[in-house]
Each structure stands twice: as structure tokens, then as C-alpha cells.
Design a protein around this ligand. Structure first.
Ligand code: 173
Length: 321
């Protein structure tokens, strides 16, 4: 409590000085520092700090060692921190629809043109008191990784580590879903508490999970979504020049995403093969069934969590295709 109050007091002091001079924003990431899904944010911070001299500066508090990933949404909402790198699956306690980000796999330039960004931003405003500054990562599919071989698409009897991203697909395929933060996956694999886990195509080597992984189910499905959120009160209090510094760094990250991630996806797939991780594949009909189950279960899950906004998001995303 004490720490939280102290964090908040500092943040208020810092941001209220905004228009006058240089504002300092405190940042956290929901992913381990220096790993795949934080590096983009670390580049963003570097750019803001380079371009923003005298206007805006970001202090990087760090990752899950500083704050548990599932608490990051609330920390932005209550201004315990000012700005965060986080995925929708970690903030569903406040915004159930946030998990739908995994189901839209379109460049942000397109989402900003066709109203998708605006709609999602409004939801963030209302539910998280946050401004949806940038989405990074698209075309970075999720996979189910296993330590037991499958001869058909059936997870019955298997315990799979999930977040909201994979819960519906794992259960639709008969598996037992066990929710954990990424920081608990290695130990869960080591102790045999789980037989596998969901994760994107990239990043397992950063976490050492390759040592505990035998198989990857192909193809991948959906796309990783990791976004930069800033407390809305803080955002509204910034001057146009300060906002422009953040905007420019965010735009650069979004624009670079496609090329950078396509390269990373290919490199990490090859690296998994070299590390002895075997792809489990199925024939065309079973593969189609797998993807159909993934998307049907995914949308059904979003609509179950948010009967009001689920169908609206689905319609918007269909338009984006
Ligand atoms: O923890 C997760 O598996 C998860 O939900 C996620 C989401 C985006 C990127 C990486 C992991």
C-alpha cells in the first residue's frame, strides 16, 4: 500500500508539471525486460528520451519483477504508473474485450483509417482510463507447444498453460487450461505441472523454455498484440509538443513492426528446429478444422465476456479484412 501511494504521489507530481517544462513519465512492461515483447517498448523509450529532451522523459521502472503482469492495467488506470507495455490478455479483469486484439491481424495504418483504433481507444478510455497509444506486433501467430506428441487434434488429458488468449481454444479441443503469468511457465514445465503452453512463435529462447519443449503444433493462429497504454489524465495534460514526441515514437514502432517481425518469425522458427523442437502438423482438412475451432472459440469467448462489444468488434474486424 505504502509503495503504491508513493508511486502515485510521484506520478502526480511529475505529470502535473507537464506544460511547464520537462515531464517525467514512469513506465512498466508486462513482459520480462530485454525479451522479445519488451524490446519494442525499450526502443520506444529510447526514442522518446532522445527526441524529447526538455519536453518529456520516460523512466523505465522495469518488468514483472517490479509489478505482476496481471496488475499492469490497474496500475495505469489508477496512475500508479503513467505508461505501460501490455497485452489485452493481461487486462481482461478491467476490459474483457481487450482480449479481442488477438483476433485482428491488420496493420495499424489500416486500423487507424477504418475506425478500429478509434473504437478500441474509446473502450480503453472508459474502462482503463487509458489512451491507446500504439499497438505493436501483428502477424506474430500464437502456437501451442507440447511435451507430448499428438496424433490427432485432441488435447484430452493434457494440461496446458494459458492466458485468456488460448483458454477457449484449449478447452474447445478438450484440454485442461491452467492460467499462469509467463514468469511461472518454466517451473510449471520443469515440474510437470503442465504438458504444454501457449505462446507466440517468437520469444521462447529468451525465457529458456526451449530446454523444456519438445513439440510445436502448427499452424499458428491469431496474432500477438502488445500495446502501449498511457494514463488518459496524464495524456490529456501533456502539451501538443509533448504528445507529438510520444506519437512519433509510437508511429515509428507501428510502421517498423511488419518487416521486423516477419524476419523474427522466420528466424525463430528455424532456431526452434535447430534446437530439436519438432513441428506437429495435420492434413489439410484437420488443419482447417483447427483454425476454424480457434477463431470460433476465440470470438465466442470475447462475446461471452462482453455480450455488448464482442459482436461490434467482430463486425469492425470483418470490415478490416
Ligand atoms: O502470456 C501469454 O502467453 C500471452 O498472452 C502473450 C500475449 C502477447 C504476447 C506474448 C504473450
Amino acid at each position: 500500500m505504502k509503495t503504491t501511494a508513493a508511486f502515485a504521489a510521484l506520478a502526480v507530481l511529475a505529470a502535473d508539471g507537464a506544460a511547464a517544462g520537462e515531464v517525467t513519465l514512469r513506465a512498466v512492461t508486462a513482459f520480462a525486460e530485454g525479451t522479445q515483447f519488451s524490446r519494442n517498448f525499450e526502443r520506444f523509450i529510447e526514442k522518446v528520451n532522445a527526441d524529447g529532451k526538455g519536453l518529456v522523459k520516460i523512466t523505465y521502472v522495469g518488468g514483472p519483477r517490479a509489478m505482476p503482469p496481471f496488475e499492469v492495467g490497474n496500475a495505469v488506470r489508477t496512475r500508479v504508473v503513467d505508461i505501460a507495455n501490455v497485452t489485452g490478455a493481461f487486462v481482461t479483469n478491467l476490459m474483457p474485450e481487450a482480449d479481442a486484439g488477438k483476433l485482428i491481424n491488420k496493420p495499424m495504418s489500416e486500423q487507424r483509417r477504418n475506425g478500429t483504433w478509434e473504437y478500441i481507444n474509446q473502450l480503453h478510455n472508459q474502462k482503463l482510463n487509458a489512451w491507446y497509444l500504439a499497438r505493436q506486433f501483428h502477424n506474430v501467430p500464437f502456437h501451442i507447444y507440447l511435451n507430448k506428441k499428438l496424433d490427432k487434434l485432441d488435447l484430452a488429458g493434457l494440461k496446458i498453460r494459458v492466458t485468456p488468449v488460448y483458454k477457449d481454444i484449449v478447452e474447445a479441443l478438450g484440454g485442461t487450461a491452467i492460467t499462469t503469468a509467463p514468469g511461472e511457465v518454466y517451473t510449471a514445465l520443469e515440474r510437470g505441472v503442465v504438458d504444454g503452453y501457449g505462446w507466440p512463435i517468437t520469444g521462447i529462447f529468451d525465457l529458456g523454455w526451449n530446454e523444456r519443449t519438445k513439440y510445436r503444433v502448427d499452424p499458428g493462429f491469431y496474432s500477438a498484440e502488445v500495446s502501449i497504454l498511457i494514463n488518459k489524465t496524464v495524456w490529456d495534460g501533456l502539451s501538443p509538443a509533448q504528445q507529438a514526441v510520444l506519437r512519433k515514437a509510437a508511429d515509428q514502432g507501428e510502421a517498423e513492426a511488419a518487416a521486423v517481425f516477419a524476419k523474427d518469425n522466420a528466424a525463430e522458427t528455424a532456431r526452434q528446429t535447430r534446437a530439436g523442437i519438432e513441428a506437429i502438423t495435420f492434413d489439410a482438412a484437420a488443419t482447417k478444422h483447427y483454425l476454424d475451432v480457434a477463431y470460433e472459440a476465440g470470438w465466442a469467448g470475447v462475446t461471452r465476456q462482453s455480450p455488448e462489444n464482442g459482436p461490434k468488434l467482430q463486425a469492425l474486424f470483418a470490415k478490416a479484412r
